[in-house]
Design a protein around this ligand. Structure first.
Ligand code: CTP
Length: 400
């Protein structure tokens, strides 16, 4: 049920716009409020009067209309919405959004929206297969946009093929499922770590590792999109992240990450440690730059504190901890040892042996092992989809 939800429905210029009329009715019947944003081409397929009557709201179609709210309409509208669904999404609006073009009511509103966006594509099958459309869709998926794939069948243009907008009932079901999943994590406090740590050798050099932070950031974003309250403690990474539900805390060293995590942990419900924390730090850090003419330096290392193990010791019954294990050999055996020794609820195993998994890859292949000895293997997927699998697993585990 969508009781109390605010849905923005974007309609672009495709024949499937006629199906959007039933979609509005279904959303309203399910308890949601709906505001429609439509392109000028969309208005070739339906009318403002029809949309306003069905949605019982003013429809936004022109960026510079006298009727618009006194504020900038695309901003006030997007503040109002809990989710933004574009149905039908033509090749044109998909391309505009993927390329950062904002030149009408719908594209500017999309750009101003920072919560979940869903596209339900609708077009001729040859257009759908076109390289640019496929690349744009891929780009959107990587940014966390959800795509409700079109179905195959008889198209309005007379062709048979993939491109028919999903039926309104199925779109409704998709959106209801999205919110029910979000509800299970609503208000939960989550701590996520991401990225590498850097351990100084001298003021210029450090010991680091290849972690990019992408996996941890995707997990933080997935929790945030499901309305959890996320604290993301990250080592040095190049990623920019702005989500209203994420509080980002930047650290550099393993010790700084330890201090922050141990401080935050008592108040969280869930902790997911995806950071690649240095196991050793330099004991004899040089205050000034080590010069070439000095003797070949000898680094003395000392162990860092294991953040995850410490949290495992502090863990109360109502807290859930997930760790990561990056292995090259005996993956499951090593991961099981970490799960038990660090008192975790589950561990996500990455094997560097798997093609397409690991540090600089856009994809990942994981296996989840939980403390009931249950092993779940996943296919190679984009990291944001992997994040969604991990968060699904946690969400189901804590709501059993
Ligand atoms: N971890 C941590 N603090 C550390 C080291 C690791 O919190 N000082 C966490 C990582 O974030 C990860 C898990 O422990 O969730 C496992 O990290 P990994 O490097 O795979 O294992 P280690 O325990 O460091 O053991 P090893 O390096 O021998 O495999």
């Amino acid at each position: 049920m969508l009781k109390g939800k605010n849905i923005i429905l974007g309609i672009s210029g495709g024949i499937a716009a006629y199906k959007s009329l039933s979609l509005i009715r279904l959303f309203i019947k399910s308890g949601a409020s709906v505001k429609v944003v439509i392109t000028q081409n969309g208005l070739e397929f339906t009318t403002l009067t029809t949309l306003e009557t069905l949605s019982r709201q003013k429809v936004y179609s022109e960026t510079f209309s006298d009727d618009n709210d006194y504020t900038t309409e695309h901003v006030s509208l997007t503040d109002w919405g809990d989710i933004f669904i574009v149905a039908p999404a033509t090749a044109n609006i998909i391309g505009k959004y993927a390329c950062g073009i904002a030149d009408d009511a719908l594209s500017t509103s999309l750009m101003a929206f920072n919560k979940q966006i869903v596209f339900a594509p609708s077009m001729n099958s040859k257009m759908y297969d076109n390289f640019a459309v496929q690349q744009n869709l891929e780009k959107l998926i990587k940014q966390g946009v959800k795509i409700i794939e079109p179905s195959s069948g008889f198209l309005a243009c007379g062709y048979e093929g993939k491109g028919r907008m999903e039926e309104p009932e199925n779109i409704l079901h998709y959106i209801e499922r999205f919110f029910s999943q979000s509800a299970t994590l609503k208000g939960k406090k989550v701590l996520v770590t991401a990225g590498p740590t850097y351990e100084s050798i001298d003021p210029v050099r450090y010991i680091g590792n290849h972690s990019t932070g992408v996996m941890g950031f995707e997990i933080a974003r997935e929790f945030a999109e499901r309305n959890a309250d996320v604290t993301l403690v990250t080592g040095p990474v190049k990623i920019k992240e702005s989500h209203p539900n994420i509080k980002r805390v930047d650290v550099t060293t393993a010790e700084q990450m330890y201090d922050k995590c141990v401080n935050f942990f008592p108040d969280v419900d869930i902790a997911v440690m995806a950071a690649a924390v240095a196991d050793y730090t330099v004991e004899n850090v040089c205050d000034s730059k080590i010069k070439k003419e000095d003797n070949v330096p000898e680094l003395k290392l000392k162990p860092t504190k294991d953040i995850l193990a410490e949290m495992g010791k502090m863990k109360k019954n109502n807290q859930f901890i997930a760790g990561f294990a990056l292995e090259t050999d005996n993956e499951q055996k090593n991961a099981k040892k970490k799960l038990q020794q660090k008192n975790l609820d589950m561990i996500v195993i990455n094997s560097l042996k798997d093609k397409g998994a690991g540090f600089n890859s856009k994809t990942n292949k994981i296996t989840i092992l939980d403390n009931n000895n249950r092993v779940t293997r996943y296919d190679l997927k984009e990291k944001n989809i992997v994040a969604s699998d991990v968060v699904d697993y946690i969400s189901k585990s804590i709501n059993k």
